[in-house]
Design a protein around this ligand. Sequence first.
Ligand code: HEM
Length: 494
Amino acid sequence: NYSVQPTRKRLPPGPKGHFLFGVPSSAIGSQPWKTYTDWSKEYGPLTYFRMARRHFLVLSSQQAVSDLLERRAAIYSERPHRYMWDELIGRGNSVFNISSHSERFRKYRRLMGAGLNSKAILNYTRFFEQEIRILLQSLHRNPDAFAKHLKRFTAGTIMQITYGYQVTGEDDPFIEIVETNNLLSAEATKPGRFLVDSFPVLRFIPSWLPGAHFQRELERYRQLLNRENEVPWRWVKKQMDEETHEESYMSRLLSSCPELTAEDEDCIRWTSAGLYTGGADTTVSSMQTFFMAMALYPDIQTRAHEEVISVIGRGPGEDCISRLPSPRDRARLPYVEALIKEVLRWGNTAPVGLPHSLVQDDEYMGYYIPKGTTVIANIWALLQDPETYPNPEIFDPTRFLPSNQQVIQSDPRDFVFGFGRRSCPGTQFAEYSLFLQIATILGTYRISAYVDKEGREVLPEREFVNGIVAHPVPFQCSIAPRSESALVVLYTDS
Ligand code: HEM
């Protein structure tokens, strides 16, 4: 029990802002991780600020994150309550927003734990392999559109695994639904987007009054967002009735018990819908970082390529693997595993994670933290801290390999996947997906800096653009097969 009765309520330091409105969202800017890191240099590992009536606390040290979000997870695992989104639009039951103190939350975590653990992932390898062949072909045909192909790979694997549904192409109707939802979520949950979040009393004013037009938007949001829970579920049910379904996360859960209640089915629907939202953009961002790092660090690419070839075997062409990597190969590829950790550290996939919130007043480092404060882990700052990761701007997988010269540096997976009871349930899925893509591409393609018409190398810059998931600023690189003949064997072999 962390209940405290501080004698003197001293809030952590931070920017003050306007006495009524607090800090404007423009002060945080479009790259919040940078602003928060600058603030931590001025105010220390805890930065507190207020936006209208909402309180925020940013944690910028490993110590603070593990003390609060891990050790005090019992009180720091709520999500901030957004009146418009959670209640009026009805998204309070989504996996991302559900209260960590509800019975549903425990159910969701059990369902996702069962469907996404490392053993369950082994049941899905054929879906991954089917999609990796499509990725190899697409990179061959149109290497410049590599970001689009990465997206197709991730969307394809998640849709197969979640619903047993094979994505048809760019204008796939299921992808349209989930992508629309992601856009609407990002738009509707921007801090300050709806005044009713700060002043719930506004819900009583008539919709024709200025400031209440949010009431007219409600129905549009509800209808569009509900499609994500309804359309794939109906499709899977129909396939199951006709016995034409592919086994999937959803079909397995729906058939796991003969007497599912309506509530059980609802839980299966909500968790299924969470997988695309949680997994699609994140994995793509990490893979874009991989391409960027390989274009910038050719020696590292050569070492990783040689390890892959020596473990998996050389194919008919000069320099290409003889078969697709399998889950068993992971343990025999330590340099590739270290490279994946470095992709997660050096990249910037979820720089400020998802916000937590605390359910009762607390005290830490002598400061008072009020109940309901939104708590943000500045994951970017943890991964770029020169005390933990010397020369953090350098891409160097050997940070994570045993050597006589240095101790092994902290495993970035302890931070990039979030914290406490809310930590990412898709970790095993993400790691296997990254492993398969990275080991296959290292074994089949050479990635190098883009050369412009004048013959000059154009190196990508390590800059990221905002979103809940950040992505490298679009860049070009050259992607060429190491051996055309071996590549064709790999992508046509079934
Ligand atoms: C590189 C890939 C990924 C990264 C870096 C990542 C990172 C994260 C982070 C930081 C959180 C927030 C945790 C917190 O609140 O403390 C999260 C939550 C979540 N992730 Fe991931 N994720 C990745 C891939 C995936 C995949 C592949 C899936 C599903 C197949 C997934 C599903 C989810 C879900 C459902 C949540 C919400 C959990 C909750 O609120 O209780 N993620 N992830």
